[in-house]
Design a protein around this ligand. Sequence first.
Ligand SMILES: Cc1cc2nc3c(=O)[nH]c(=O)nc-3n(C[C@H](O)[C@H](O)[C@H](O)COP(=O)(O)O)c2cc1C
Length: 217
Amino acid sequence: MEVTENRQFLQHEADLLLEIIMNRRDVRGNRFTDEPVEEDKINQILQAAVNAPSVGFSQPWQFVIIKSKKTKEQVKATFNVENEKASKLFKDEKQQEYNRLKLEGIFEAPLNIAIFYTDVDKPVLGQTSMTEVGLYSVVCAIQNMWLMARALNIGMGWVSIIDPEKVKQILKAPEGNKLVGYFCLGYTNGFLPQPELELLKWENRKKVSDLIFNETY
Ligand SMILES: Cc1cc2nc3c(=O)[nH]c(=O)nc-3n(C[C@H](O)[C@H](O)[C@H](O)COP(=O)(O)O)c2cc1C
């Protein structure tokens, strides 16, 4: 096979990619504005998604675009139930701290996107030993979307405190589909310079030197 293209990036382009990565944030309901996200911007974000790597080039992703208040109300109801359960897992002061956190932006974000893994009914190259790699492929698509959204100055936030089966029902998802993530997207009144959970002292950033091992642990 002949290689006809060999685009080389320049250092300043790599610097720009790193800048987008460093400035990406999880955006929640305390920061979204109600300015609608333009269709061409939604398409650019979805283009980024479908160009992610996937095991065996299986592209096992499907996206449900949600703008309706009725659907958002139903999803918010499952968040409320799950969030109340979650709060009980933390004790004393940590629980009070948890209760003060804003952990979704379902209503505030003009756009919600539910992202599903859809099972492939034939053997997938590369998914034969580690069967969960199909799900990892969908997460690659999600990260592409998060970075593209940030490059377009659109905030995106992951909401995982929901019952995936309820969300499947609400969205009439096919039986074999698995909800990987539910996302809130919209313009924001600003991106924080650090993770909000770090600024609120919920969690600290780990030291890179504690995470990297040479040859073996
Ligand atoms: C798999 C996953 C699930 C997440 N679920 C939630 C969530 O339910 N609610 C929330 O507020 N943030 C959620 N987040 C966002 C993280 O809290 C956030 O990424 C982390 O605090 C670092 O902040 P940053 O993304 O702004 O750098 C989730 C992130 C990931 C990767």
